[in-house]
Design a protein around this ligand. Structure first.
Ligand SMILES: C[S@@+](CC[C@H](N)C(=O)[O-])C[C@H]1O[C@@H](n2cnc3c(N)ncnc32)[C@H](O)[C@@H]1O
Length: 411
């Protein structure tokens, strides 16, 4: 029987929803994921859920590994999954601590001359790559990557690759903007600027390792995997995560340069990953059956209301249906691997299409109940798009970004 769940305000946490607060935090700053959350928010969730040192937690949408790093700091074991290789690589690399002397040893061999001397030929069949880089820069980046691959110390190799991949956006004619990669005109950079930016990021890495301000005690590791297909061969004390929001953002486009240049993905492979991501954007395709799922009545009414409006993409209704099905499949899979009494906490945002609001938090809370979990709370972390002007001009309600918590009361 569904019970109305209380929505409580926790807006003092609003600034911790975004990773911007970690711009200077050692190790976390090695790569700040656009769609990530912050170290402080994860710490708050850990104490809210009562997770303790020695426990094991899971993040089924680990992105840049914020949950994993905080867990490792607190002596908590953690496992993360993500469908894309780049975020998994970022998460694991942020946990590495190679010796400074080893980094310096290899760094000496990276100059424009030594990189230019590398012989390699790669053609990209992804039109965006050829649009956002001029030929010279792209060739240089590919040689740079090839030289990094020849480093025989795996820790140094990963850190160099992370710094190079972080360099891609600033040296390209592109900008990560909302859920897409926008093509923008920038000043032309030279090869030595690529190297300069790379070395700037590498200097931060060295500073953080040297300062040793934060220590990692727990085991944490990320793997490529799908939240809807987690195998029940391990048990976790809790889940802390932030799934993709149903806002049409496509991570395979936002991180296209990193995924293609870092991991040799061609156009067909990137599209395959795109289709496999959670149905939070219109190009993702159905992958799994949602057995035992019935659409909540409230969602049905919202979609009917939306169907009468003019939507700027005809696939939005199908996407929203798919999103909630995929979340049901995920929550059902999580129920099997969270211990009795353990909790699952998701940070999620509401959405709005053609003026019709989608209360993702309350809908997901109900869907978790359908998957056998007990809804425990919805804590509103912040409101977005709630400026007075917007409210008046677009007659907009602010979108809630909330923490939804369930308890696993039995198997
Ligand atoms: C909101 S981000 C997580 C950000 C993370 N909390 C952080 O701080 O960096 C959601 C992640 O889910 C991943 N994702 C999308 N579909 C997935 C799926 N079916 N299974 C696992 N991960 C998926 C995306 O690639 C993206 O990295």
């Amino acid at each position: 029987m569904q019970q109305a769940i209380r929505i409580e305000e926790r807006q003092h946490l609003s600034k911790f929803v975004s990773p911007a607060v970690d711009k200077k935090t050692p190790f976390y700053r090695w790569y700040l994921y656009k769609h990530g959350y912050s170290r402080s928010l994860v710490n708050e969730i850990i104490s809210l859920l009562g997770v303790r040192e020695g426990d094991r937690i899971l993040d089924p949408f680990c992105g840049s590994g914020t949950t994993l790093l905080v867990a490792a700091e607190s002596g908590i074991e953690a496992v993360g999954y993500d469908v894309m290789r780049f975020p998994v690589f970022v998460s694991n690399t942020k946990l590495l601590r190679p010796r400074i002397a080893a980094i310096k040893k290899y760094e000496r061999f990276f100059s424009v001359k030594t990189i230019d001397a590398i012989k390699t030929k790669i053609k990209f069949d992804i039109s965006t790559i050829n649009k956002v880089f001029d030929k010279k820069t792209l060739n240089f980046l590919v040689r740079f990557r090839e030289k990094i691959r020849r480093i025989d110390d795996p820790g140094v190799r990963a850190i160099f690759l992370l710094c190079l991949l972080k360099t891609l956006e600033p040296v390209s004619n592109s900008k990560k903007s909302g859920g897409f990669l926008r093509i923008v005109e920038k000043e032309n950079l030279r090869k030595r600027d690529v190297l300069r930016i790379f070395k700037k990021y590498l200097a931060e890495v060295k500073d953080d390792i040297r300062s040793n301000e934060i220590t990692f005690r727990g085991n944490a590791r990320a793997f490529v995997g799908d939240s809807r297909n987690i195998q029940p061969d391990e048990i976790f004390d809790a889940v802390i995560s932030s799934p993709p929001y149903p806002n049409r953002h496509d991570y395979t486009r936002v991180y296209l340069l990193e995924e293609a240049i870092g991991f040799d993905r061609n156009d067909r492979e990137i599209k395959q990953v795109r289709y496999k991501t959670l149905r939070s954007h219109v190009e993702a395709k159905k992958q799994f059956e949602a057995e035992g799922y019935t659409k909540p009545k409230e969602l049905q009414e919202i979609l009917e209301k939306m169907a009468k409006k003019e939507l700027n993409n005809s696939k939005i209704i199908e996407m929203l249906e798919g999103f909630f099905e995929d979340m049901f499949i995920t929550l059902k899979a999580l129920k099997k691997i969270v211990k009795r009494g353990g909790r699952i906490a998701f940070v999620i945002s509401n959405a709005r299409y053609a003026g019709v609001g989608v209360p993702t938090d309350t809908l997901l809370s109900q869907i978790g109940e359908l998957a056998g979990l007990k809804p425990e709370s919805i804590l509103v972390l912040r409101y977005r798009g709630n400026s007075y002007q917007q409210t008046v001009k677009y007659n907009k309600d602010p979108a809630r970004e909330s923490l939804v918590v369930w308890k696993n009361c039995g198997h």
